[in-house]
Design a binder for this molecule. Structure first.
Ligand SMILES: [Cu+2]
Length: 576
């Protein structure tokens, strides 16, 4: 039997202490137990709810609400946010959050349509008391409702004909426990409270054996900095994974229409703030999608066309993080490509402006309603295993050859491949104008053409941080100052902003580990890819935002000898 162990973070609020334990689930015993000094555990879901209650009940908050004409505090939405390094000296050592307040005039209104300006509670989460209340003065509530439900938005369009996805013989994938097989792909799924969906032992079966590609892949941090420098607005930034955990924010997809076709779901088990287990039903969705053209050629001499349609396997989960939704998708393709995509939707974060005012740091999306500009940075931790655990990472740029005897016509260009030998070499940014990508290669068996089997990380659209290098927010999210970091595998190195980003002053995680400048050649490498989505807000993002997409791909480059999708059969339809 495989020994099963669980890593547990425990919080004892009365002692202001965080503990870490490892529990053997097979031996029913505690393997290790220690207190972790000088850290602030993440905010739990129960604390999130309790914080709302104590804030709503605080007399200073009630007075502040009354000054704003709000007499029904139960209609006030309280959002606790991580306070970062912005605590007062007397709050040192206390686990605190600060709050944003929003108001629902009608019970079914969108609360983000009425941001309550300038009234903030700083709450001690361990003692669950309001430490102080800040009131910057009254700005009248914006007039809109921000409603978006079908029964609130007026006549709905009725001109769409039905579109049905029918798979009469069921889907082409098999699920055996947590192992998924689809076409030649093999992957094991996992789910953690902190990261949500995790991919394990991703491999591709060829000639009767499974060739490993990725050992473990997850989203290891999700960081959102905001642009507005005004008092308290400048505090707005979130580490959704390190400060809260996105697994616990996962939606149950049983009620939605998030996937289409023959769907299979997996339930996930988590542990609540009270230590009791609970289940999120249908948290992970698996389905197949037709993805248009896979490959095609028409040979006019033969008057013959060979066309193959592309099918992809989609493994996804969706979270609600306060106002925002993030939908995370891993796509597996028949040509050996793996793609990661995040769709960002939900409701943009708002603040109130006095009538007639505007701001450079956001867009008016409704009268007096400012949707602040911001960015979203995901850190993908990719523990690679391309044809084994010993891999070397190369940066590949394309360079023009200077005109001369070797380039008489001036047309020449070529890829230039450079190994990243140490951690200090491997802190890189994208360079789309050089066609930059990163190759993860095995120096073991070569392909039939004598080339090193490799997968390349192909960036999509991306962006870097705009916050100042010395800013607290940059220090805390230093991982987001680079698009690619490569580290040698170490079991303790899981989270790019450190294990406990909540209230951390910065410098933990990738910047700390890579100071050792370890060699990364021909070893078990971990790639950390920072995926940035830049959000200059639009009126069209309101009152609920059409999904915005960002992602990257892992594509075989010398992993195969030829197009691995050559053997995909033509579509049986006579129309194709
Ligand atoms: Cu956004």
């Amino acid at each position: 039997m495989v020994p099963r162990e669980a890593f547990v973070v425990l919080l004892e609020p009365a002692q202001h202490t965080t503990y870490e334990a490892v529990v053997s689930l097979t031996a029913d015993s505690v393997i290790s137990w220690r207190s972790v000094p000088d850290v602030y555990a993440p905010v739990t879901l129960a604390e999130y709810a309790e914080c709302e209650l104590v804030t709503r009940a605080d007399p200073r908050i009630l007075e502040g609400l009354e000054r704003r004409g709000i007499t029904s505090p139960e209609r006030v939405l309280v959002e606790p946010w991580g306070i970062g390094a912005f605590t007062e000296p007397e709050e040192t050592g206390r686990r605190v959050a600060w709050t944003l307040l929003f108001y629902r005039e009608r019970s079914d209104d969108n609360p983000y349509a009425k941001p309550i300006h300038g009234l903030h509670a700083i709450v001690d989460l361990d003692d669950m008391t309001v430490v102080r209340v800040e009131d910057l003065g009254v700005v009248s509530l914006p007039p809109g409702s921000g409603a978006y439900a079908a029964d609130r938005v007026g006549p709905l369009r009725d001109d769409l004909k039905p579109l049905e996805v029918i798979q009469p013989q069921g889907p082409s994938f098999e699920i055996n426990g947590w192992e998924v097989r689809w076409q030649r792909w093999r992957v094991r799924l996992g789910f953690t409270a902190r990261e949500g969906l995790v991919l394990h032992t991703v491999g591709y079966e060829e000639k009767g054996r499974v060739r490993p590609v990725v050992w473990r892949a997850s989203v290891a941090e999700l960081f959102i900095p905001y642009a507005d420098p005004r008092p308290f607005q400048g505090w707005r930034n979130a580490f959704d994974i390190g400060e809260y955990g996105i697994g616990i924010m996962a939606n149950s997809l049983e009620l939605g229409c998030d996937c289409l076709g023959e769907i299979r779901y997996l339930d996930v088990d988590l542990v609540g703030s009270d230590g009791e287990p609970y289940t999120i039903m249908q948290a992970i969705c698996l389905h197949e999608e037709d993805f248009g053209l896979l490959w095609k050629h028409f040979d006019p001499a033969l008057n013959a066309t060979e066309t193959r349609r592309s099918r992809r396997l989609v493994i996804s989960f969706i979270i609600t993080a306060g106002n925002y939704e993030y939908a995370f998708y891993w796509y597996f393709y028949q040509d050996g490509t793996i793609e990661f995509e995040v769709k960002l939707t939900g409701i943009v974060l708002t603040s109130a402006l006095p009538p007639g005012e505007s701001s450079a740091f956001g867009t008016l999306v409704a009268p007096q309603t400012l949707a602040g500009h911001h960015q979203h940075f995901l850190s993908l931790r990719l523990d690679m295993a391309v044809d084994g655990l010993r891999n070397t990472v190369y940066e590949v740029d394309t360079e023009a050859v200077p005109p001369g005897p070797d380039n008489p016509l001036g047309n020449a260009f070529r890829p230039v491949k450079r190994p990243l030998r140490r951690e200090s070499d491997a802190q890189r940014v994208i360079d789309p104008l050089r066609g930059r990508y990163w190759l993860v290669a095995s120096r073991g068996d070569r392909n039939e053409l004598g080339q090193e089997p490799a997968y390349k990380l192909v960036p999509g659209s991306n962006v870097l941080l705009f916050s100042d290098p010395d800013a607290s927010v940059t220090q805390r999210a230093a991982f987001a100052t680079r698009h690619l970091w490569v580290t040698p595998y170490h079991p303790d190195e899981r989270f790019p902003a450190g294990d406990y980003p909540n209230q951390h002053p910065g410098g933990a995680g990738l910047p700390a580990w890579t100071k050792a400048d370890r060699p990364i050649e021909d070893t078990d490498v971990v790639l950390w890819y920072t995926l940035g989505s830049h959000h200059i807000t639009r009126p069209e993002d309101w009152p609920v935002m059409p999904a915005e997409r960002a992602g990257f791909m892992l594509k075989p480059a010398g992993f195969f000898d030829h197009n691995p999708a050559l053997d995909v059969a033509p579509s049986p339809s006579e129309h194709c």
